[in-house]
Design a binder for this molecule. Structure first.
Ligand SMILES: CC(C)(COP(=O)(O)OP(=O)(O)OC[C@H]1O[C@@H](n2cnc3c(N)ncnc32)[C@H](O)[C@@H]1OP(=O)(O)O)[C@@H](O)C(=O)NCCC(=O)NCCS
Length: 180
């Protein structure tokens, strides 16, 4: 039974997580929607104070735990990269979000946590992202979480012999505050 409002925490990505991160990034369900980084690019992002590279870590509902559950097993359900923690214009980008256990509410919860980091823990003014125009599922999720469409960067990414477009969406601090 999918948990529609799951408990989710963000914790810093470590070197031990990179195999999981790269497998998720390369997975056929995800790769056409997101950028592809080398292991070194992820290592660099983890070490860079301007980035926040996090594992989405599901926290089981205590009441649903069975005696046979393996508590040592990490419940990694995706990762999230924020970029712009030190941006002088107070703009923070959701650089990448990937959920490996789809359709259980983790993506929505991760976005809500990203908004909390931006607007409650930090003094960010504008939280933004871009999404490929052939990714209506992600775009619908962003719009339902208050992100506003700003425009399209037309055919800005070359993929083989064709070009893809990116829609830019953002939410401003005052828009976030109005929903609290
Ligand atoms: C986009 C993504 C992050 C969403 O995460 P998720 O955990 O699967 O999404 P959620 O379960 O939180 O669902 C959020 C919304 O997505 C939509 N959704 C869920 N399953 C869907 C499906 N099978 N088809 C279409 N829309 C769907 C629904 O609108 C849902 O809203 P609801 O809560 O009202 O039902 C995830 O699917 C993913 O990693 N996709 C591949 C990588 C990617 O596209 N990243 C974003 C790049 S910009």
């Amino acid at each position: 039974m999918p948990q529609r409002s799951p408990n989710l925490i963000l914790r810093p990505t470590t070197e031990a997580d990179l195999e999981f991160v790269i497998a998720a990034e390369r997975h056929p369900d995800n790769r056409s929607f997101i950028g592809q980084w080398s292991q070194q690019e992820h290592v660099n992002a983890c070490a860079d104070p301007d980035h926040r590279h996090s594992i989405l870590h599901a926290v089981p509902d205590q009441s649903s735990l069975q005696p046979t559950d393996n508590f040592a097993e990490p419940l990694r359900v995706g990762y999230l990269i924020l970029q712009g923690m030190n941006d002088p214009h107070l703009n923070l980008q959701i650089r990448r979000i990937v959920v490996t256990e789809k359709g259980q509410g983790y993506g929505r919860k991760a976005l809500q946590l990203a908004k909390q980091i931006a607007f409650e823990q930090c003094s960010i003014h504008r939280l933004w992202l871009d999404v490929k125009t052939h990714n209506p599922r992600a775009r619908a999720l962003y719009e339902s979480e208050g992100f506003v469409y700003e425009g399209t960067l037309r055919e800005c990414i070359k993929v083989g012999d064709r070009f893809e477009s990116l829609a830019v969406l953002s939410i401003l601090r005052e828009e976030y505050s109005a929903t609290r």
